[in-house]
Ligand binder design. Structure first.
Ligand code: HEC
Ligand code: HEC
Length: 347
């Protein structure tokens, strides 16, 4: 009788998982079938070979506010590398204080996502970059004006030539995109506790984080959130089982439907990558949810039709904290000065 009670207690508390080595190994093997650790070396991009000059140039362009029409907005405004690669506001503020319709996703590890943007409308980082330069609610610039700015600064002309030695016209909008892409590919965050666990370190995650991982798998979060970025790997409706409230999923943003025109893509979004998610509040494409606990509850209800007990929510949130990796160390670049022919800020 006592044994049965103990079994029930153990099952209810989920206490078995981390406490014995066999169970831990089983959990690790299971997890390795679903996820992959972030490699310690940044990836190479097949159609955009990197070199040190290109990477350094990409970093400068990422930080250079003069590539916006107003002269005040750089990629780093909204993808602040000191804040987990995001701006930590609901929806970003761009040119003329305009608010965009969506929350800024992190640029960290974005090289590992199957496609870029909440709706996946850009196939890769290179294709993505041309968007923000031109978007009226972001940098509100034109390719010509970006090129004119860069060509007016002799150091940039020289550095483009070094970064793209084979090109006859090294300073081009396309090469801006290429340079930023190779820089962004370096923005990866290896060695999160979860990665260390996957690689065999039994001490890397706390007991609660291990429970959280079991529950993340057990409740079916991994139907969608998988692979290297614990998401960023597929497209699914936000509201698979139950529509989230309109303030969390505003009815006017229909996600991939706006990209493909297919009715079946209504409210379909890219599965959010969950790497460093503890740093990137607020949550969802609307940026309306500030607490990770609430985001987990909303997910369980809308995607799995489940109301999770508080304990499970807390454990899963603890696990999500184990996804925070080593942040890239960025030395702030000293940018070359403007000249008399550099286009003046317009705002
Ligand atoms: C005014 C704020 C703002 C600026 C400036 C900005 N972005 Fe973004 N960025 C966003 C928002 C908002 C999204 C999401 C838009 C969407 O999904 O429709 C985004 C998406 C992205 C993504 C996709 C990430 C993912 O996981 O899907 C990348 C990469 C990115 N931006 C890089 C850049 C680069 C590089 C620059 C500079 C050239 C830049 N951004 C400038 C706000 C900004
Ligand atoms: C059916 C697929 C699916 C399932 C199952 C699922 N998710 Fe998601 N998840 C998504 C999609 C799609 C998004 C992006 C929603 C949006 O458009 O804002 C998302 C977003 C999130 C976010 C917000 C991340 C951010 O940066 O804004 C968190 C946190 C999250 N999911 C956790 C979970 C947890 C925990 C579970 C299990 C309880 C789970 N998800 C189950 C598809 C799923």
């Amino acid at each position: 009788m006592r044994a049965i009670l103990l079994v029930i207690l153990v099952t209810l508390t989920g206490w078995t998982a981390a406490t014995n080595i066999e169970e831990l190994d089983w959990l690790r093997e299971r997890a390795k079938q679903i996820f992959r650790p972030i490699p310690t070396k940044p990836p190479r991009i097949a159609d955009n070979p990197t070199n040190p000059a290109k990477e350094e140039l990409g970093k400068m362009l990422f930080f250079d506010t003069r590539l916006s029409r107003s002269g005040t907005i750089s990629c780093n405004n909204c993808h602040n590398l000191g804040l987990g690669g995001t701006d930590n506001v609901s929806t970003s503020i761009g040119h003329g204080w305009k608010r965009g319709p969506r929350n800024a996703p992190t640029v960290l590890n974005s090289v590992y996502n199957i496609a870029q943007f909440w709706d996946g409308r850009a196939v890769d980082l290179k294709a993505q970059v041309i968007g923000p330069f031109q978007s009226p609610a972001e940098m509100n610039n034109t390719p010509d004006r970006v090129e004119a700015t860069l060509k007016s600064i002799p150091e940039y002309v020289q550095w483009f030539a070094e970064a793209f030695p084979e090109d006859e016209e090294p300073v081009s909008f396309e090469n801006v995109a290429r340079a930023i892409e190779v820089f962004e590919a370096t923005l990866v965050t290896p060695n999160a506790p979860f990665d260390r666990f996957l690689k065999g370190d039994d001490e890397a995650m706390s007991e609660q984080q291990l429970h959280g991982l079991r529950k993340f798998i057990g409740h079916g979060c991994v139907t969608c959130h998988r692979r290297i970025n614990v998401g960023g790997n597929a497209f699914f409706p936000f509201g698979m089982m139950k529509s989230p409230k309109a303030d969390v999923r505003p009815p006017e943003d229909m996600g991939r439907l706006q990209v493909t025109g297919r009715a079946m893509d209504e409210f379909v979004f890219r599965v959010a990558p969950l790497r460093n998610v503890a740093l990137t509040a607020p949550y969802f494409h609307s940026g309306r949810v500030w607490e990770l606990e609430e985001a987990v509850r909303i997910m369980a209800e809308s995607q799995l039709n489940a109301i999770l007990p508080d304990q499970d929510v807390d454990d899963i949130v603890a696990f999500l904290h184990a996804l925070t990796g080593e942040q890239p160390e960025i030395v702030y670049p000293i940018l070359p000065p403007s000249t008399a022919s550099t286009p003046r800020p317009e705002y």
